[in-house]
Ligand binder design. Structure first.
Ligand code: KIV
Ligand code: ZN
Length: 436
């Protein structure tokens, strides 16, 4: 990741702006197996969840929300299999979600028996809209639900902790984005007190957009305000849980981090309710291409994408950042030419930095190939065909040949009306220059 440092946008020491930047990875929590899974047309079965879980572990995610064990027998069984089957490495914490309701909380404690590291995540909705149309209650009403649940969880966790479980608490004021900030502060402070959180034993306060309904800067202002006003701030880890309804989940997460958040709940490729949760792959690799170690391993993004598509039966879009089929292609001739020149510059200068235009990341860093970068269609210029001859077949065409050969290739792409393969380019070369 160090090779990307000078492009953000200048060398660090020369930089006057931005005045704030994200300089270290957040704590990552995957909610693929819960938020992602609950939004699948066909939810994952046990085998698929296990395969997905192990992939997350291999990527390096240390906090994984495995489900909602009180919601159904299937969810309960999956939780038990993960624990009893010895699937959870010692450095990984499982997270379980539960509504702030006593019988569900009790059932969740049964589900986690025997686990070593657990985040007990409880939530209730606090927004003005939900209070009005769903719960018919006021701020005090939703605060009581949260505090009663926190008290019960604190009591029930005593024996588990005494028995050696490393158990931490997480509270989400669901629909935080639609909650008055002073009310959110008041409710969260009461929860901090109810679970006796301290700077040594922090609670995770997870602030969801739930439904993203305003601009990322507005959310960031809310986070900043919340952090500034929270009396027990030192006893809390501030976590974000962005959804993507306005298509701004990544921006929301990044601005939220700048505003002081320390942890992000996300999913691979942005799976999740409606338009999805924020995409962990994009967030992590955005950090990477700014010279920040994301502390997650996406060096074989194709493998992760294949697992994701197999287990979820969803497709990763062709233009999905970093992972889509088309993101390392260049169709335009001027782009192809610039990539060509950048590649030659890197080879000849021995630069330690990544200095190829139009490719914000070295495809090899995510296990992708240079092979499909240059594709030739009617939009390609003369440099593209020469590049394919050089790169795919080892023919270094003299500069003077480029225009003529470019015209031959262009005539072919115009005639067929679509992209042609490197092999077809070679055949054209052979027919025109070798066999002729
Ligand atoms: O989006 C949301 O608010 C949630 C909570 C349960 C954390 O998924
Ligand atoms: Zn969610």
């Amino acid at each position: 990741f160090e090779k990307y440092i000078p492009f953000v946008p200048l060398k660090l020491e020369d930089r006057r702006w931005p005045d704030r930047r994200v300089s270290k990875a957040p704590i990552w929590c995957s909610v693929d197996l819960r938020d992602g899974n609950q939004a699948l047309v066909d939810p994952m079965n046990l085998q698929e969840k296990l395969e997905y879980f192990h992939t997350l572990v291999d990527i390096g995610v240390k906090e994984i929300e495995i489900g909602f064990p009180s919601a159904s027998e299937t969810e309960y069984e999956i939780c038990r299999e993960l624990i009893d089957g010895g699937h959870i490495p010692d450095d990984v914490t499982i997270q379980v979600l539960v509504q702030a309701r006593p019988h569900l909380i009790q059932k969740t404690f049964e589900a986690i028996k025997g686990a070593k590291h657990v985040i007990f995540h409880f939530y209730n909705s606090t927004s003005t809209l939900q209070r009005k149309v769903v719960f018919h209650t006021d701020v005090e009403g939703v605060k009581k639900i949260a505090v009663d649940a926190a008290g019960l969880i604190y009591e029930l966790s005593r024996s588990a902790i005494e028995a050696g479980m490393d158990l931490r608490y997480e509270y989400s004021p669901e629909s935080f984005m639609g909650t008055e900030m002073d009310a959110a502060v008041d409710i969260c402070q009461a929860v901090i007190e109810a679970v006796h959180a301290t700077p040594e034993k922090k609670i995770i306060l997870n602030l969801p957009t739930t439904v993203e309904n305003c601009m990322p800067n507005y959310f960031a202002d809310e986070i900043e305000y919340f952090i500034r006003k929270l009396p027990g701030r030192e006893s809390a880890i501030i976590s974000l849980h962005p959804h993507n309804d306005r298509g701004c989940g990544v921006a929301t997460a990044e601005l939220g981090l700048l505003a002081g958040a320390e942890r992000i709940e996300a999913t691979l490729f942005g799976n999740g309710e409606r338009t999805g949760n924020v995409d962990m792959v994009t967030l992590a690799l955005n950090l990477y291409t700014q010279g920040v170690d994301p502390e997650l391993d996406f060096s074989d993004v194709n493998k992760i994408r294949d697992m994701y598509e197999r287990c979820t039966k969803m497709k990763v879009g062709e233009r999905q950042p970093y992972a889509g089929e088309l993101v390392f292609t260049a169709f335009s001739g001027s782009h192809q030419d610039a990539i060509n020149k950048g590649t030659a510059y890197m080879r000849e200068s021995g630069t330690e930095f990544w200095e190829i235009p139009y490719l914000p990341i070295d495809p090899a860093d995510v296990g992708r190939q240079y092979e499909p970068i240059i594709r030739i269609n009617s939009q390609s210029g003369k440099g593209g065909a020469a590049y394919v001859m050089q790169h795919n077949f080892g023919f270094d065409l003299p500069k003077a040949m480029h225009p003529e050969f470019g015209r031959i290739v262009q005539a072919e792409t115009d005639a067929v009306g679509r992209e042609i393969t490197p092999q077809r380019i070679y055949d054209l070369f052979k027919a025109n220059y070798i066999d002729a």
